[in-house]
Design a protein around this ligand. Structure first.
Ligand code: 5RP
Length: 234
């Protein structure tokens, strides 16, 4: 039986092998532990890939992975059109809708995913569900402007979330601050049967910067399975 981290690795490797081609000139790099394997595979294949490829990060973490790997770094404000973006997810449903933002990076992740001709998700078997909310119990990550967080938390209750939580840093020294200087509120809505509708409602709240619901965005998802195989969903 494969560990979760080995399952992430086989999904990441296969997604790189099948989606980074000689046509790929600008590549978006997501964030999280699975993305470490995406970069690892790109570095293994580096000699056979175009030396001019530009890599667009979605977080400070992925920026470091790109620069420490000696790859060419670009930014979304220089390269708003991307060939392929590969990113992890916290949960992915049957229709390839996803919850993202476990690492508080979903604003940049969404921008870089939307800019791509192809957005590919890589994940281990524990992330695959029928309906969002089945597996990821931390709630939907919502990036908010700091001075709006209490207002937004009250409004989230009106939308059906009983207990929105301001995400705190591990040492509980204060709130988690995103790469964009904002707070993250985690809002649990149980099973999310209509993710598009929920996304639209949350997005309309004043003070909300971005919601970690990625609806109708992914072209494919690669799941590393316990038996060592990789399932690809389109
Ligand atoms: C960060 C994300 C990550 O992609 C998500 O949390 C999955 O992380 P991991 O690959 O470590 O399981 O959305 O904001």
């Amino acid at each position: 039986m494969l560990s979760l981290s080995d399952a992430k690795k086989i999904a990441a490797y296969k997604a790189v092998d099948e989606n980074i081609t000689s046509e790929s000139k600008i590549i978006g790099i997501g964030s999280g532990s699975t993305i470490v394997y995406v970069i690892e595979r790109i570095l293994q294949l580096k000699d056979s890939l175009d030396k001019e490829i530009i890599y667009i990060p979605t977080s400070f973490q992925s920026r470091l992975l790109i620069t420490e790997g000696g790859l060419n770094l670009g930014d979304i404000d220089q390269y708003p059109e991307i060939d392929v973006t590969i990113d992890g997810a916290d949960e992915v449903d049957e229709n390839l809708n996803a919850i993202k933002g476990g690492g508080a990076c979903h604003l940049r992740e969404k921008l870089v995913a939307e800019a791509a001709k192809k957005f590919i998700i890589v994940a281990d078997y524990s992330k695959h569900s029928t309906t969002l909310g089945e597996k990821w119990k931390q709630g939907v990550p919502i990036e908010v402007i700091p001075f709006a967080y209490l207002r937004v938390m009250n409004s989230l209750k009106e939308l059906g979330c009983d207990n929105p939580i301001l995400r705190m840093a591990k040492a509980k020294a204060g709130p988690v601050i995103s790469d964009n200087g904002n707070f993250i509120v985690d809002a649990h809505f149980g099973l999310i049967k209509q993710p598009k509708e929920l996304l639209e409602k949350i997005k309309l709240l004043t003070g909300v910067v971005e919601v970690g619901l990625f609806v109708n965005m992914a072209k494919s998802a690669y799941f590393g399975n316990e038996d060592g195989s990789v399932s690809i969903k389109h």
